[in-house]
Write a protein that binds this ligand. Structure first.
Ligand SMILES: NC(=O)c1ccc[n+]([C@@H]2O[C@H](COP(=O)([O-])OP(=O)(O)OC[C@H]3O[C@@H](n4cnc5c(N)ncnc54)[C@H](O)[C@@H]3O)[C@@H](O)[C@H]2O)c1
Ligand SMILES: O=C(O)C(=O)C[C@]1(C(=O)O)C=C[C@@H](O)C=C1
Length: 368
């Protein structure tokens, strides 16, 4: 497709979408604006956008598609600012915010001017922020939630999907209310819990350095998202307060239930508690991204000697296999450790396993 695309907010999500659009529609011209000029300059330098706009009116006026990928509160102000401009009559405006009700409400200002706004939310991301973390494959296989209002025609929705086809995401249309409830349950609420576990651990650590040093696999897995942008999450919580208050009440009941099981020494009840959770968790789709991202992890038993990690990454580099993450499971005290290497695709993981088995005598597995 040809046309001018204007991305406002050149961080992880805006940058990743710009890359997806450019790949699929190389003839499109991608203009970007970020309140942080450094981010905009970096986006241009990294080839994420073609040109930097001086300000929002400058970028918006001749655009065919406008994507707002700023924190949710800023998104509201940007919509308000856009509603005061003279834009192309058939311009399509969308956003990527993690909440939808308040944003869609604000977009009535656009509707009043006859401008099409379709709320959007790609359900994949990271705890990292900024354009340097942007990547084209971020949304592959993820759900991409759209919250068009009733007056939006299916042609406009299809046009937006066509622009975004390079995300390789699966589009799903829901109402803003459903959106905020569902994402409250599977995304916003878990972020509160992750932060609370980290805070409790910090509080209990006091001067005892040993606690953070012992915090290994389980703690790290459940708290990764506590490293996300505090500014972004403050805004999300403020936008989804009602749902989150209800969820917190339910969670308190759940915790009281566990406490009672413990007080009663109810072995059967505790077993049942974990079994039920395991059954549900194990039944979640593993190849789909979304609330639960697909991890293509390879576990490698490695001896504990200096340079072993670079030895393995060196073999993978020789075979041109890209990795997305690498870490050592610090749960064992013996002379062996477990290296966990994550890949973008199952195919990469299989190639990596073959490569490691060819060059080394280490044992590998895809589960641990
Ligand atoms: N991070 C995730 O996992 C994720 C996933 C899906 C959706 N989202 C949503 O997408 C949006 C962007 O998130 P992100 O992770 O890319 O954040 P980010 O911090 O990486 O990027 C946001 C960018 O917006 C810029 N910005 C802030 N206010 C602005 C304004 N008024 N005008 C122009 N630029 C402005 C910031 O300078 C920053 O560069 C948020 O609404 C977030 O809720 C995030
Ligand atoms: O993977 C992560 O780090 C995320 O937190 C991504 C995540 C999520 O909660 O699933 C975070 C917020 C977004 O609105 C969508 C996706």
């Amino acid at each position: 497709m040809k046309g001018r695309v204007f991305v406002i907010g050149l961080g992880l999500i805006g940058g990743s979408l710009a890359l997806c659009i450019k790949k699929e529609h190389p003839e499109a011209e991608i203009i970007g604006f970020d309140i942080n000029r450094e981010q905009a300059r970096l986006a241009k330098m990294l080839g994420v956008i073609d040109e930097i706009a001086e300000n929002i009116p400058d970028g918006a006026q001749e655009s065919d598609l406008i994507i707002i990928s700023a924190p949710v509160n800023d998104t509201k102000s940007i919509i308000q600012a856009l509603s005061k401009l003279t834009l192309k009559p058939d311009v399509l405006i969308t956003d990527t915010g993690s909440t939808k009700q308040k944003i869609v409400e604000m977009a009535t200002k656009l509707k009043e001017r006859g401008i099409t706004f379709i709320g959007g939310h790609p359900m994949a991301g990271s705890h990292k922020s900024g354009v340097s973390a942007a990547k084209e494959i971020l949304f592959e296989n993820a759900f991409y939630l759209l919250t068009p209002e009733d007056h939006i025609t299916s042609e406009k929705i299809e046009l937006l999907k066509a622009w975004l086809i390079g995300t390789k995401a699966k589009f799903l249309t829901i109402s803003p209310q459903e959106h905020d409830y569902l994402t409250g349950v599977i995304s916003h609420f878990p972020h509160i819990i992750a932060a609370s576990i980290v805070r409790q651990t910090e509080r209990l650590s006091g001067n005892e350095n040993i606690i953070p040093r012992l915090a290994a696999g389980g703690f790290r897995d459940i708290t990764r998202i506590a490293s996300s942008s505090p500014q972004m999450w403050k805004d999300i919580l403020m936008h989804n307060r009602e749902n989150l208050i209800k969820l917190l009440n339910q969670w308190q009941e759940e915790m009281n239930f566990v406490k009672e099981l413990l007080e009663e020494g109810n072995e059967k009840g505790i077993l049942e508690y974990f079994s039920q959770a395991k059954q549900f968790r194990d039944g979640l789709p593993t190849k789909e991204k979304g609330a639960i991202p697909a991890f293509y992890d390879l576990f490698v038993d490695i001896p504990d000697y200096p340079g072993v990690v670079s030895e393995i990454t060196g073999y993978l580099a020789m075979e041109k296999i890209s990795i997305t993450n690498i870490r050592i499971l610090e749960t064992r005290e013996d002379i062996h450790g477990v290296l966990v290497i994550s890949f973008q695709t199952d195919e990469d993981r299989q190639r990596a396993e073959k490569c490691i088995l060819t060059y080394t005598n280490y044992t590998t597995s895809i589960g641990y």
